[in-house]
Design a protein around this ligand. Sequence first.
Ligand code: DGL
Length: 272
Amino acid sequence: MKSAPIGIMDSGIGGFSVVLEVRKLFPFCPIVYFADPLHFPYGEKRKEELAPIVQPVVDFLVHGIKVGLLVVACGTVSSLLLPELRKRYTLPILGIVEPACREALAVVQEGAIGVLATRATIRVGAFRQALTRFRPGVEVVEEAWPEFIEAVEGGVFDTPSWRLWARERLEALHARGVRGVIMGCTHFALISTFFEELARGLFPIVNPAVSCAQEVGKFLPLGQPQKPGPLTVFVRGDREGFLRVIERFCFPLEMDVVSFENACRWVAHAWG
Ligand code: DGL
């Protein structure tokens, strides 16, 4: 992969879960993140609608930025479009579904596995299919929480009423025999410590960003450059609004946030 940047994409803030884990493991890698608030939420769209939205994003990262590896840090795109993307592009493309399912099966030996995701992800059942392929007969309980994804994207999820709302749903999953829950939407992965706290005494939480970041290592060259890699965020849509969301999360990351509309100028200048 030489020193090409890693491309990481999501509809919004959720994919930062993967950025944070990749940064922890590989601080020297340049990262280009793509957020698409113009089309958020992806999880309310059908595959036919989502494909032409995602295609130009991947074209930009692959042909414009020339990323060496693409991480689809979005449960919805990983579930609906990963096989097509892998057929269309020659670079390695990682999604979150399989790493998360392997991790969940390592953690949960008995009982059902819960999946919290978008409506689109649950509709196609990608997590259920992967889990049953890896462990035939495993019980899977899937739930879509679209309203909570909106709350996370707005940065206003940590309130007493949302806590109560989420805790009651987690308790209901436990009552149905769930013994571990996959954050099947990266917006939930991003706040997995919030979920871990709420689920204390019920079951473990599986954050797909961790296992996904570990997979990234398989594609990196041996020997790392000596200076920290830059993080550049391209935003399609409301850059200022997205910047405010980023600020609410107080990530320990330095980054340049560029409007996608200015991308061509920026790419020509920064990446030659
Ligand atoms: N982060 C996206 C996912 O993992 C969900 C958000 C959306 O609906 O756009 O599925």
